[in-house]
Design a protein around this ligand. Structure first.
Ligand code: ZN
Ligand code: ZN
Length: 216
């Protein structure tokens, strides 16, 4: 994923033909006609099926070019300059509508992942579990980074990681197994174990649980 400007997420475009809010759509890879890209990943397009431009377009295209198509009104991000896109049916572009809120959420997640990866270099010295847990608990984080975070987890060797890891639902079984092995190792390194009855962390040699009073 390439970092780029997402300022278009804050933009609102209104179609001058129908006064309806325009949809933010993924731009087609190539600008059909001149072979150049749009210079933008998204386009704002009026997808209103009763937009006068769209309704009148069928007759216009038929009269001009003799084929079955119409126009959708279009603006580029950061511009109010009017363009039109030729479409062969009313559903064109509807599948490529992007949800700005979803993209914003993805960007926040991605930025956090990037920051955590950077912090892996210093987290052992800083005794800082936070970036490690950020990566381990982020189901969407990259596999290699999660494996590296797992190594750092063992190096930091802090029992504080156990609760957040135990409370998380891991998507992949193999990774959950890696996590369980790491937890066992950290408990062992700290001369601790988890009580089989109440799951509290107790001394490895304990014969009776300090928390639930069960005999072990
Ligand atoms: Zn319109
Ligand atoms: Zn117990």
């Amino acid at each position: 994923m390439v970092m780029q400007s997402y300022s278009y997420l804050e933009e609102s475009h209104v179609c001058p033909h129908c006064k309806q809010k325009m949809s933010c759509c993924e731009a087609p890879a190539i600008h059909v006609g001149d072979g150049l890209g749009w210079g933008s990943d998204v386009l704002f397009i009026c997808l209103n099926d009763v937009c006068p431009l769209f309704l009148k377009g069928w007759d216009h295209v038929d009269g001009q070019y003799g084929h079955h198509a119409s126009y959708r009104y279009m603006e580029l991000p950061g511009s109010k300059e009017g363009n039109v896109m030729m479409v062969g049916n009313k559903d064109a572009f509807k599948a490529s509508v992007v949800d700005p809120e979803a993209i914003k959420t993805q960007n926040v997640r991605y930025a956090k992942e990037k920051e955590a990866i950077k912090a892996l270099d210093t987290c052992v010295v800083d005794n800082n579990l936070e970036p490690v847990l950020t990566l381990l608990l982020d189901n969407a984080a990259g596999k290699e980074n999660k494996q590296l975070a797992l190594q750092r987890l063992l190096q930091i060797n802090s029992l504080d990681c156990i609760d957040p890891l135990r409370n998380h639902e891991f998507r992949e079984t193999y990774f959950e197994q890696d996590i369980n092995m790491a937890i066992s190792q950290i408990l062992k390194n700290n001369f601790k174990k988890e009580c089989p009855y109440c799951s509290e962390i107790i001394k490895a040699q304990a014969k009776k649980c300090l928390h639930c009073k069960e005999d072990l």
